[in-house]
Design a protein around this ligand. Structure first.
Ligand code: SF4
Ligand code: SF4
Length: 455
């Protein structure tokens, strides 16, 4: 393991702005009148709907099943009646097929837990299957199906389980409060993951600006497992998988490769706590901890919110927004997405709601690139954002691919430092989806080409 104080190269230091909520205990938000559950809540294939308009559902019932291996089911987060199934605003800015449930008024909302066997007697395959059935995805934002992470191919032996408690995104305190208030649950989740992956050591990386979380995790540490709680230098994007691996293990994940290629599985601390809950309570992933914060919200809070609760209902519960509120972001100011529609639901991957005022929102007016090089100094994966930006403006997506666009993790460090206000990471996100679309519509290769490719 690397020495303490060592950090990755490049990156930025935005103000952490966590004081609004870092000491506020997590509390439960009451059930709203209506919830909206998108079928697309995970990286991979969306779930397949199982209910029809008018159906009665209990809290915890599966309303959509996994569509294949790279998919997870969606469960009702409240008891009620299916009011509609149709297109609804999605946090990613698109419209997505969504199940609308009118929540039963005055219902005690007693959950219908699934029967989960004792985890100790399960094989790794059975553990993975239960995790998939519980609809568990990474709660750090990317919503990657957790059962897939638990099943690295046999030719890539895993040595390290790296637990991501960095939470480097400004304003957010979701993981911080989870570590402070539920450290035993985090350790229980680590125990299950370690057994499932067959690894003997785990490291929890926590930035030093969360001393109470470090202390709570140290205090609750089981004596029979090799778990290290490692304080990390405060720097953005410390929580990106490749950065965390580099800082903790000293390994560099090569371009185009994954953590498993350097013998590591990285999992967010909230997802690990959810794995523990799956086996403790039998409840699937139907609620999550969310930070509601920013100078533009009247009552900043850390809340347990039913998945599918609409943005407007959450903000109302937090006292509403201030007169100078200028932008609402799901995620955080560096990597989050702006939300113009109050009907947008919180999904499994929503880490927080940040309401920014005019003082924090970057001016929209952009200027030409002045070749200052600040973005190159900021990029933690050593790309040339200035050059990529020019290629994006020219629509030269293939050239961007050659310039390693795939390695860009859309961290926003380049946009943050750009004196010309060029929305670089936003342009890279759009270029990535344009490339994806191009590949989807590309005609299949002719038979001769296929043979050539196979040779
Ligand atoms: S958004 Fe992409 S190009 Fe910009 S700093 Fe982050 S990784 Fe580098
Ligand atoms: S920081 Fe902005 S202005 Fe400076 S080189 Fe990069 S893109 Fe150009």
């Amino acid at each position: 393991m690397k020495a303490l104080g060592v950090t990755f190269r490049h990156g930025v230091h935005p103000p952490d702005s966590k004081s609004l909520t870092e000491r506020i205990p997590i509390r439960r938000m009451p059930f709203p009148q209506r919830i909206a559950l998108p079928l697309r809540q995970n990286a991979g294939k969306p779930a397949r709907c199982l209910v029809r308009k008018g159906d009665r559902v209990e809290r915890g019932d599966m309303i959509a099943e996994a569509d294949g291996y790279m998919s997870v089911p969606v469960h009702a987060s409240a008891a009620g009646t299916v009011a509609d199934i149709g297109w609804w605003p999605h946090p990613d800015g698109s419209m997505a097929e969504t199940v609308i449930i009118d929540v039963e008024p005055h219902s005690p909302q007693i959950p219908r837990p699934r029967i989960v066997p004792r985890w100790e007697g399960l094989t790794p395959d059975q553990v993975r299957s239960e995790v998939q059935k519980g609809g568990v995805v990474g709660l750090g934002g990317a919503a990657f199906p957790t059962h897939v992470k638990l099943a690295p191919p046999e030719d890539f032996p895993i040595d390290w389980l790296l637990v991501n408690g960095a939470e480097c995104e400004p304003f957010l305190t979701t993981d911080h409060r989870t570590m402070v208030e539920y450290p035993e649950r985090v350790h229980f989740g680590i125990r299950i993951m370690m057994q499932c992956l067959g690894v003997e050591r785990a490291v929890i990386g926590v930035e030093k600006n969360k001393p109470d979380a470090i202390e709570a995790l140290e205090r609750a540490k089981p004596s029979d497992l090799d778990i290290t709680v490692q304080p990390l230098v405060v720097k953005y994007p410390q929580g990106a998988e490749k950065m965390l691996i580099n800082v903790v293990t000293g390994h560099e994940v090569p371009s185009g490769k994954l953590p498993m290629h350097v013998g590591t599985v990285v999992q967010n601390v909230g997802s690990i706590a959810t794995i523990a809950e799956i086996f403790e309570t039998g409840l699937p992933l139907i609620e999550r901890v969310v930070t509601v914060t920013g100078p533009g919200v009247k009552r900043p809070s850390n809340l347990i919110i039913p998945v599918g609760t609409q943005l407007g209902d959450v903000l109302e519960f937090c006292g509403g927004i201030t007169d100078d509120a200028a932008e609402i972001v799901f995620g955080g100011p560096m990597m989050g997405t702006s939300q113009p529609d109050m009907r947008t639901p919180l999904t499994k991957g929503t880490t927080g709601i940040v309401v920014l005022t005019k003082a924090e929102v970057k001016p929209k007016r952009t200027y030409p690139c002045i070749s200052c090089g600040h973005c190159l100094d900021a990029c933690p994966v050593f790309l040339n954002p200035s050059q990529l930006g020019k290629l994006a403006q020219a629509g030269r997506y293939e050239a961007m691919e050659e310039a390693h666009l795939a390695d860009c993790m859309l961290c926003g460090s380049c946009s943050y430092v750009c004196p010309s206000n060029i929305p670089l990471s936003q342009m890279f996100a759009l270029s990535k989806s344009a490339l994806r679309r191009q590949k989807e519509v590309a005609p299949p290769p002719a038979p001769a080409e296929k043979e050539e490719a196979a040779a």
